[in-house]
Design a protein around this ligand. Structure first.
Ligand SMILES: Cc1cc2nc3c(=O)[nH]c(=O)nc-3n(C[C@H](O)[C@H](O)[C@H](O)COP(=O)(O)O)c2cc1C
Length: 324
């Protein structure tokens, strides 16, 4: 059977794709329809030159959007076969999806799909309740299903050793005026279709915090509402660190985030120790895992919150012009 994806398939799946997380909510992706396939492209105009000089963050975000696309197409009954970076002559083309044999979605695909509009980064303190073993296991399985690993740091000393690496990376970044002004440029005090709304930024950091917050916040902390003293920290890693590995890691990131949402958990991301090469190397050595750390997650039970805005789907689509 010869089937193609249509503009209608793309439009519907794109609604899910654009809900993916991205650095500073830059939404650095484009989606296009070509020869019956759907293509995911990095949008270089939306890369953060100071914060993400290598494009790692763009590829993670596009990988996450790709995962949402895959799930949405599977739930629509036409799952995709995916080729990553299919054309060396076009490095911004990160993935091409072509229709596979139609089938009914699995229960897992359905629950991941249902989690897409509910997921958001929760930068507020979490409740101290521990994350149960079965939920931890599910998160690890989600990473493994996408050819990645999730290392959960166990014990106060592992978390505080990580905290030191993360805080020193944070200090290195904060010394760079271009990094700071980029963050300020993407912080939104007024409603906007991209950038991080100040209301989502979390509270101002305090010296006693174990983990460094990126600094989108500014809200005063309610008395006694410190961050959890022993957060559950997960390090997501991939087997290698090529551009393709980073797109793979983005898909794993989104699968872990949606699995967490489905399990009633909240997550915030913290990538300062990934962005500073010496910190990333220290983190890699401290874990003793094969491969490369790609993202750090703080996981727990959070208060309710709200998903952040996105640009309209029309702004990211590139559809063939139909002749009049
Ligand atoms: C590659 C990458 C790095 C990120 N780094 C951080 C970070 O260091 N601190 C943080 O608070 N959020 C971080 N985020 C989360 C984004 O700020 C967030 O996804 C974006 O603002 C959209 O909000 P949402 O996740 O609520 O949809 C990161 C996201 C990605 C994809």
């Amino acid at each position: 059977m010869d089937i193609s994806y249509t503009a209608e398939h793309l439009r519907a799946a794109a609604v899910a794709a654009v809900r993916a997380p991205s650095m500073h909510n830059t939404q650095p992706w484009r989606l296009r329809l070509r020869d019956g396939g759907i293509e995911v492209l990095a949008d270089p105009a939306r890369r953060l030159p100071a914060t993400d000089p290598s494009g790692w963050g763009v590829r993670l975000a596009c990988g996450a959007a790709l995962f949402n696309l895959r799930i949405a197409l599977a739930v629509a009954g036409i799952p995709a076969r995916v080729r990553l970076r299919p054309d060396p002559a076009e490095p911004d083309l990160l993935a091409r999806l072509v229709p596979d044999v139609p089938r009914r979605p699995t229960p897992d695909e359905q629950s991941l799909y249902a989690a897409i509009p509910r997921r958001f980064s929760n930068r507020m303190p979490f409740w101290p309740n521990p994350v149960p073993a079965d939920a931890r296991w599910r998160l690890g399985e989600a990473a493994r299903a996408e050819q990645c690993w999730l290392e959960l740091l166990i014990g106060v000393s592992a978390v505080s050793a990580f905290g030191e690496i993360a805080r020193s990376a944070h200090r290195v970044l904060e010394r760079d005026p271009a990094y700071r002004s980029e963050r300020e440029r993407w912080l939104r005090q007024e409603p906007a279709p991209d950038g991080v709304p100040a209301s989502a930024g979390g509270p101002q950091s305090e010296p006693q915090d174990v983990l460094p917050a990126r600094g989108f916040g500014g809200r005063d902390r309610a008395p006694g509402r410190d961050f959890e003293p022993e957060p559950l920290v997960g390090v997501l890693g991939s087997l290698g660190n090529t551009a393709v590995d980073q797109v793979v890691a983005g898909q794993a990131l989104q699968r872990v985030l949606l699995t967490a949402t489905d399990a009633g958990l909240s997550v915030s991301m913290l990538s300062q120790p990934i962005e500073v090469p010496t910190a990333r190397e220290q983190l890699r050595l401290s874990l003793g895992r094969f491969g490369m750390p790609q993202m750090v997650l703080r996981i727990g039970y959070g208060q309710p919150g709200r998903p952040t805005p996105r640009r309209s789907v029309g702004e990211v689509l590139d559809l063939p012009v139909v002749p009049a």
